[in-house]
Write a new protein. Structure first.
Length: 82
């Protein structure tokens, strides 16, 4: 999958911003959404879980965590050995 350069650039910028402000849940949510769009579901889930720890009342993080867990459950389901 070819990732558009503007997404790669934005993720890189967010990486730098998160290094400067590691406790900013909004930055983690933003990067997580971009990682999700690029198919990096494992990294996206880590960002959403970290944002959830920082801001437990974040409904957006909750929704993405549920979505990604559903994706992982489906991906790891063995069709031939249920």
């Amino acid at each position: 999958m070819d990732i558009p350069q503007e997404l790669t650039d934005e993720i890189t910028a967010l990486n730098s911003a998160i290094e400067q402000r590691p406790d900013d849940a909004r930055l983690l949510i933003r990067r997580g959404k971009l990682l999700h769009r690029t198919g990096r579901f494992d990294c996206a889930l880590n960002d959403f879980l970290r944002a959830k720890r920082l801001c437990p009342d974040n409904p957006e993080a909750d929704a993405y965590i549920a979505l990604l867990r559903e994706i992982f459950a489906f991906r790891h389901f063995d069709l031939y050995n249920p």
